[in-house]
Design a protein around this ligand. Sequence first.
Ligand SMILES: NC(=O)c1ccc[n+]([C@@H]2O[C@H](COP(=O)([O-])OP(=O)(O)OC[C@H]3O[C@@H](n4cnc5c(N)ncnc54)[C@H](O)[C@@H]3O)[C@@H](O)[C@H]2O)c1
Length: 441
Amino acid sequence: MQPHIQTVEGKLGILLPGLGAVATTMIAGVIAVKKGIAQPIGSLTQMGSIRLGKRTENRYPLIKDFVPLAHINDIAFGGWDVYADNVYESALNAKVLEPGLLLSIKPELEAIVPMKAVFDKSYIKNLDGNNVKKAATKFELATAVMDDIENFRDANNCSRIVIVWCGSTEKYIEESAVHQTIESFEEGLRNNDPAISPSMIYAYAALHLGVPFANGAPNLTCDIPALIQLAKETDTPIGGKDFKTGQTLMKTILAPGLHARALGIRGWFSTNILGNRDGWVLDEPENFKTKEVSKLSVLDDILRPDINPELYGDLYHKVRINYYPPHGDNKESWDNIDIFGWLGYPMQIKINFLCRDSILAAPIVLDLALLMDLAKRSHMSGIQEWLSFYFKSPQTATGLRPEHDIFKQLIKLQNTLRHLMGEDLITHLGLDYYQDLVEAL
Ligand SMILES: NC(=O)c1ccc[n+]([C@@H]2O[C@H](COP(=O)([O-])OP(=O)(O)OC[C@H]3O[C@@H](n4cnc5c(N)ncnc54)[C@H](O)[C@@H]3O)[C@@H](O)[C@H]2O)c1
């Protein structure tokens, strides 16, 4: 059944908890694109195309011309941060974009001032900003975030809102009793339960109002039964976790290829140096642990050592992140991959990726915001697994293994768009072309 998609009317508000390097790079980029001084490279929704029908039909529209997405001219940006810097100041501090580019859009950036954050230092030790909400209970904090969302929507004349978490990585926690039901979670909000993190409070507020919520960090956030249930009840899309950029992007491009050729892998050592605020937060072992779990999960799911023990049973996988200020946002990563081929003969692959973390992440934030809005208008509620393409550690229904292979993720995303628009799904079988040829002879 093809779902009915509500038409795009009015402005879309994109609200971002965390106006740091990634968020400001995205906002500045969209404004620069609107002004015609840059191109949205890396954004599938803006620059990607999609094949429709048979190859012989030669139909390859741009995705933005195929599905009814919000237009970038109809977006208003806002957000929260524990530091009071406006988006211009924060983008300058982040040192991702050239000061000249930022200067050319200074008034638009200065106008975006962070709302006071919900913050708890026990979740992020290395930050100490004071642009922070004060309230007696976590429940009151959630209510204050709901007020922020509604005030922003009214002040900016938005018809719809989406939220993408671009805040720092919180310390590692596991699901516990308070996270199990909406009732236990709300009780926990009233009792200031320490297992409810700030990111969960934003997510709760969003879902309560029916506002889609995507999580760009590896925090647990909306990946708990209580919030999954709330998303269902309020007909709201959710998704996460952790934007897939840099080293993990490379890993999920390369590992499916080695696996496809039944080549064995004995070891995969990944290390990074980066010197931005994200790196500083991840220098704290409790916060790094959250990131490590997210980064380590990809190989097992792609290679399936349980099914291919001879090829991947002894794989040693290690991931390190080192805080190194001179590199700023220009993260450098090294991978050493020990593989083996025919008759077990060993080979090595070395990757040295000199990337720009926020340049890779910014288009993901834009795409997620636009596609989550599309999901909401298409009445797709709960976990949006079709958006796994954008995440290091995709959220899935309980009991389902996440799909990490970027090519399978892309097929799933594209087929979902085809399904939404009533086009045939593409199976890549292709035998029918040859059948038709035989019949034509
Ligand atoms: N850059 C990438 O390639 C990439 C990839 C995957 C995931 N991420 C994740 O995205 C997030 C943002 O990365 P970044 O490079 O922009 O980091 P950043 O440190 O520059 O920005 C994060 C911002 O969040 C703010 N913040 C922290 N807790 C908050 C809260 N409770 N409420 C509101 N604001 C809060 C911080 O003050 C900071 O300004 C991080 O969690 C990072 O791990 C980034």
